[in-house]
Structures are given as structure tokens and as C-alpha cells.
Design a protein around this ligand. Structure first.
Ligand SMILES: O=C(O)C(O)[C@@H](O)[C@H](O)[C@H](O)COP(=O)(O)O
Length: 232
């Protein structure tokens, strides 16, 4: 059994999003007050859209906030499935329009070819990352650490910032921050909405086999604090 992380359950996605947006904004501003700048890593997918919108309205020194993605699909930044597009349309708006954003997709033809440059492009980000917001798929993946992919072990063991992944159960070649990069953070939030995700989360706590459920790489470690924010 994995020892459970801090688990916060909310009555509705809206109350979760409101609380989480407040917490993230406070932590980013605290980082700026303490160290002059702050870093935020966000995930794509459908779960964080409202959170992005709420965050974008927060009053803080967004010009000192460096934002990047936990993972990206290897598609152009204006395509439907691009996480960069999602972040530009929902987070880098309103007050957050002044934030410094770096996506992970670059001009290379594949994530394998582009991974080193994607990592280098984050060189001026404050590390450890101040706040990382992760999602989770119902197969137990987080970031683009897919249980089906032959690159999983590399993504979970490399010291490089970024790794290429070719999932067989999800569309698009991907680039993902490595486990090493994700865990070099001051705070990780796991944002879960829906009872199906709660079932998967409880299943993930049953043992520490990361090859079956890579989310365990986050849940089974004690180096970096992980708070789970859940609403049905
Ligand atoms: O780009 C992505 O797809 C991700 O970053 C991924 O790890 C996501 O967080 C989960 O798949 C959950 O996705 P949903 O929020 O859509 O359920």
C-alpha cells in the first residue's frame, strides 16, 4: 500500500477550482516575494480549463511568473489537440496575459529530435518549480507517462528535463517532463474530477508498480509534497 497523500475532497468542481486557484496564486506570489520570480507547470486535458480561467483573473505579478506544460502532443501550437493552444486560450488571458510562457513543442520533426531543445528552453525557469498541477488518465498515466509506451522507463529514470513518448492508446507522439523534472518542485497538486478518477486513484494506492500505473511515481514518493484535490 502507498501511504495516502494529503487528500482534499470538495462538494463540487467549482468549489475545488476556486480553492485551488487561490492556493496557487498565493504560492506564486509568495515565490515572487521571496525569490523574485515564480514557476508554474500545468497539464493539458479537459480537467483544468475552469481552473485556468480563474487563475488568469488573479491579481499577482504575472510578469514574474514562468509557465510551462507537464506534457505536450507533438502537434502545431494552433491545432485542436495542442496543450499550448489550451493554455494560451484559457490561462494566458486577462491578468495572466503578462506571464512568461514556454511551450514544449518546437520546430523539430519529432519529440525525439526536439526533446533536448525543449529542455534547454526552460533553462531560465526558477527551479525547483514552485507549483505543478497534474491530471490523471483512467489508465493511471500522468504527464505523458503512459503505461503502454515503450519509453515509460526512460521518462521515469532520465535526469533529462524532457522525454519523447509514443503512446499506443492515445493519439499523437508526445513530449513530457521527466519524473526527475516533475519531482524537482516545491508543491504538486493532483487535480481529479469524477468518480471514475477516484476509483483509479484508490487502485493506484494499492501498490507501487509504476509500470502499470505511472501516477504511482508521484504518489509513492515523499521528496515532494503532493496534495490531491478531488471532486465528484
Ligand atoms: O495532455 C494531457 O492529456 C495531459 O497532460 C494528461 O496527463 C492529462 O492530465 C490526463 O490525461 C487527464 O486528462 P483529462 O483532464 O482530459 O481527463
Amino acid at each position: 500500500m502507498i501511504k495516502e497523500s494529503v487528500f482534499k475532497s470538495f462538494d463540487s468542481p467549482a468549489s475545488l477550482e476556486s480553492t485551488l486557484a487561490d492556493k496557487i496564486a498565493n504560492q506564486l506570489q509568495h515565490a515572487i516575494d521571496s525569490r523574485g520570480k515564480a514557476s508554474l507547470v500545468v497539464s493539458g486535458g479537459s480537467t483544468p480549463l475552469k481552473l485556468f480561467q480563474l487563475l488568469s483573473q488573479k491579481t499577482l505579478e504575472w510578469s514574474e511568473v514562468y509557465i510551462t506544460l507537464a506534457d505536450e502532443r507533438w502537434v502545431e501550437a494552433d491545432e485542436k489537440d495542442s496543450n499550448e493552444r489550451l493554455v494560451r486560450e484559457h490561462l494566458l488571458q486577462n491578468r495572466a496575459a503578462n506571464a512568461k510562457f514556454r511551450g514544449l513543442k518546437n520546430m523539430f520533426a519529432s519529440p525525439e529530435a526536439g526533446a533536448a531543445m525543449a529542455g534547454e528552453s526552460l533553462a531560465n525557469f526558477p527551479r525547483p518549480f514552485d507549483v505543478v498541477v497534474l491530471g490523471m488518465g483512467t489508465d493511471g498515466h500522468t504527464c505523458s507517462w503512459f503505461p503502454c509506451s515503450k519509453e515509460l522507463d526512460h521518462a521515469l529514470t532520465t535526469q533529462d528535463m524532457c522525454a519523447a513518448v509514443n503512446p499506443t492508446t492515445a493519439p499523437h507522439a508526445r513530449i513530457t517532463l521527466s519524473k526527475d523534472a516533475i519531482l524537482n518542485s516545491r508543491q504538486i497538486y493532483l487535480h481529479l474530477v469524477g468518480e471514475a478518477k477516484l476509483t483509479v486513484y484508490h487502485h493506484a494506492l494499492e501498490n507501487d508498480d509504476v509500470t502499470k500505473m505511472p501516477i504511482r511515481a508521484v504518489l509513492a514518493q515523499r521528496k515532494t509534497p503532493v496534495d490531491v484535490f478531488y471532486s465528484a
